[in-house]
Design a protein around this ligand. Structure first.
Ligand code: ZN
Ligand code: ZN
Length: 426
């Protein structure tokens, strides 16, 4: 895997929805931190409105004034001050009926502002977001759609799998109508508490990408961090889906990682929901452009990481070889993970209805034969040759450097994952 690897943020929020910065600032903070591209993915908003004004709340108005919508409604004067410091002379304000407003730049404007930054790309996108509330709990379904030209509105269904299907169908239609390639990523399927189970991705095998790690959601403490010992973590979720897909001859699910960033002030940018804990590396040889990033991801030519970087990854004739680019004073472990043909497909249910204060759920428990460590090595390079019964193989490289995100669904140490490979197919 020689090539030209680009560091990218696939999932970010700004004042277009519930992020706490102007979109230009979101881009700037990533640029400063060595990213090569950033996708702006606000909730149900592609940022195309050229007349999107926010009411500016003055400090003397005290706490958040009633009657104002939090999302897409207003901004604190302190946030405007920071914006003016970042982009002097470029902010646009007006006063109407004694109220001060600031305009939020649209996606085309933000893109053109950074066009002169050579070797850096701003991609448009959305987090198509749906929340299903029942009398006792809520479930969330969030879908990343990248490089769209027109806004995609979220469709509702009676269940999460039904809603997923409806929105994927709508996305497919939109995708066919536009010239540029685009990408659909299922975001944080675990949500805050096992929101979407693996069955949904076993059935909907046209969904090719998902967030294996979302350092925001996975790093949540308390209720959201709960993991029942019998249930799956994110890696097991991945293996459950891919074991079934591989045995059935379907396309494998590929993993992504993101920060799902919302906060960008100096006090919060290095904490959870800030910038720089989880990202993707995408191989873009040749022209570096939104479209080539998407095409590389479609080919599976990317990997998710929390800090560990691969020097090389190759898969030839059933042998997966990886070499890590070592950081000083860090020690590494490399694991190869597979599921063997003929694994038990038996699924048991577990009733967590009375598991207060966590929301009630009845969940599926899958066989321990799924997602087994086939080999483990200490050091910076290793290889594994698939056995005849291995359905796929993937590698996980773990450093002894702790991650800055805690929460039981989030890895404790810096990690990178290769995509899963299988013979004759990627
Ligand atoms: Zn989300
Ligand atoms: Zn998000």
């Amino acid at each position: 895997m020689n090539g030209c690897w680009k560091k990218g943020a696939l999932h970010t929020h700004s004042f277009w929805s519930d992020g706490e910065a102007f979109p230009e600032q979101v881009v700037l903070r990533h640029l400063e931190r060595g990213y090569d591209f950033v996708c702006l993915t606000d909730h149900n908003n592609l940022g195309l409105d050229p007349q999107f004004w926010l009411y500016v709340i003055q400090p003397e108005q005290g706490p958040f004034p009633g009657g104002l919508p939090y999302i897409g409604g207003c901004v604190w004067q302190a946030a405007l001050d920071r914006y003016q410091a970042d982009f002097p002379g470029l902010t646009e304000t007006k006063t109407a009926a004694d109220r001060k407003y600031v305009r939020v730049r649209s996606l085309p404007e933000v893109k053109s502002l950074f066009r002169r930054q050579r070797g850096f790309i701003v991609m448009g996108g959305e987090e198509v977001s749906f929340c299903l509330r029942t009398s006792r709990t809520r479930y969330q379904l969030h879908m990343g759609v990248l490089n769209l030209e027109k806004q995609m509105d979220c469709l509702s269904g009676r269940s999460l799998p039904e809603t997923l299907r409806k929105n994927k169908d709508l996305y497919d239609k939109i995708r066919k109508r536009q010239k540029a390639p685009s990408l659909f990523i299922l975001n944080h399927p675990g949500g805050y508490y096992y929101d979407l189970e693996p069955e949904a991705l076993i059935e909907n095998d046209d969904i090719r990408h998902f967030e294996l790690c979302n350092s925001n959601v996975d790093g949540v403490g308390g209720e959201g961090s709960f993991r029942h010992p019998l249930l799956y973590d994110n890696e097991k979720f991945w293996d459950i889906v891919n074991a079934h897909r591989a045995e059935d001859g379907k396309a494998l699910l590929l993993g992504a990682a993101s920060d799902d960033s919302h906060y960008y002030t100096p006090e919060r940018i290095d904490l959870r929901t800030g910038v720089g804990r989880a990202w993707v590396m995408v191989n873009c040889p040749g022209r570096f452009h939104e479209n080539t990033v998407v095409e590389a991801m479609e080919r599976g030519d990317y990997y998710p990481t929390l800090g560990v970087i691969f020097e090389s990854v190759s898969f030839e004739k059933g042998t997966l070889r990886i070499r890590i680019k070592p950081e000083e004073k860090q020690k590494y472990t490399i694991r190869f993970v597979t599921t063997r043909r003929g694994f038990s497909r038996k699924v048991n249910s577990i009733d967590l209805t009375g598991d207060s204060p966590r929301p009630p759920r009845i969940l599926s428990v899958y066989s321990n034969e799924i997602g087994c460590v086939a080999a483990e090595f200490a050091g910076t390079e290793a290889q594994y040759t698939m056995k005849p019964d291995d359905l796929y193989v993937r590698a996980v490289a773990v450093s002894d450097k702790a991650t800055r995100c805690r929460g039981t669904r989030h890895p404790e140490f810096e990690t990178a994952w290769t995509q899963p490979y299988r013979k004759n197919k990627s």
